[in-house]
Design a protein around this ligand. Structure first.
Ligand SMILES: [Cu+2]
Length: 345
């Protein structure tokens, strides 16, 4: 027992010594399986001068069932006159996103990046009378452009600033036919729009570290919406923080555990009269969009260090805390799959 404690203490001291007495010349290495964050993290790494990276990600997010605060609500509660008294509730929303990205490093310190998402959403509904219907929207989302700017590099650690701007290339004019619209196309509620309609600043800080077969990283940032869109509303600002711990399983394979917190504010303003009446369905209420979600994720990164280095990665995320301004559909699980290719260096 005593020996076990002692050996643990020695192990801990050795680990800490390893962390602090690592040779000053040891650089954070970009060519490890775990030198890229779990694939759900954006803008996690910089490149060496002259390098180009192309990436493609597919994300599937499943949302089913609603909650108010931390309490789950049944669909029947939401449409009951003695419950939340809406005429219609969303029951389910699968979201598909394809994200294409390019990175280029004009210098050791700065890596430029651009990303273009394509979204494909559908939302199932149930009415008070028990009828069901589905609305759909799809198209190009908001393009992101920016830079990752190195701030510091020290013993196998690195810190960079993410300076990214989101451009309003996504539509906020998505329409659909609702049972109440007599066969006419009407403006769909907020979560079915594929863009924000505003220029958004997306600043973040990213910290990366490696030691032996282990690695870690943390990123924290925000999405700050500037002004009001053409339909008189502004999506809520978002704040997020995430941290991950990775372990090399072999030369080309790593596994990571990640925690992520996301806090979204409600929509300011409101879609003009003539849109879906906010009394009919919770998704048309600008004050029922905010909330806090904490998620845990497991991921694998596979790295083939050839001349045209490529990576394949997958991550699954499951929430363990959801507090929403509701009734609001809750996030149930997310899957992200990605390919990254370095064709030029
Ligand atoms: Cu890259």
């Amino acid at each position: 027992m005593h020996d076990l404690t002692r050996s643990r203490t020695v192990g801990l001291v050795a680990l800490m010594a390893g962390l602090f007495v690592a040779p000053v010349t040891a650089q954070w290495s970009p060519s490890r399986a775990d030198s890229h964050a779990p694939i759900g993290v954006m803008g996690d790494h910089r490149h060496e001068k002259g390098e180009v990276m192309l990436s493609a990600r597919y994300m599937y997010m499943s949302m089913e069932g609603s909650r108010d605060g931390t309490t789950g609500l049944s669909d029947a509660d939401i449409v009951s006159p003695t419950g939340n008294d809406f005429m219609v509730t969303p029951t389910k929303m699968p979201m598909n996103m394809f994200m294409f990205g390019a990175m280029f490093a004009p210098s050791e310190r700065v890596t430029l990046m651009g990303m273009l998402p394509f979204l494909d959403n559908s939302m199932d509904h149930q009415t008070r009378a028990g009828a069901t219907f589905t609305t759909e929207s799809s198209g190009v989302g908001d393009a992101k452009v920016g830079a990752m700017i190195g701030l510091a590099d020290w013993s196998q650690q690195s810190l960079h600033l993410n300076a990214v701007v989101s451009l309003p290339t996504g539509s906020i004019e998505e329409q659909g036919v609702l049972p109440t619209s007599m066969g006419n196309q009407v403006q769909l509620p907020y979560p079915m729009q594929v863009g924000s309609g505003t220029v958004d600043l997306m600043p973040a800080l990213t910290w990366l570290g490696q030691t032996g077969d282990w690695s870690w990283g943390a990123q924290s940032g925000a999405t700050v919406r500037l002004g009001t869109n053409d339909r008189d509303w502004t999506l809520g600002d978002q704040f997020f923080g995430t941290a991950w711990w990775g372990r090399l399983l072999s030369r080309n394979l790593s596994a990571s555990l990640r925690l992520q917190a996301t806090d979204v504010a409600n929509i300011e303003g409101a879609d003009p009269a003539g849109s879906v009446n906010p009394a009919v369905v919770p998704t048309a209420r600008p004050d029922l969009r905010g909330g806090t979600t904490l998620e845990a994720g497991l991921s694998l990164n596979f790295y083939v260090p050839r001349a045209n280095a490529f990576r394949v990665a997958v991550e699954g995320l499951v929430p363990f805390y959801r507090s929403l301004d509701g009734p609001q559909l809750e996030r149930d699980w997310t899957l992200v799959v990605g390919l990254q290719l370095v064709p030029v260096r």
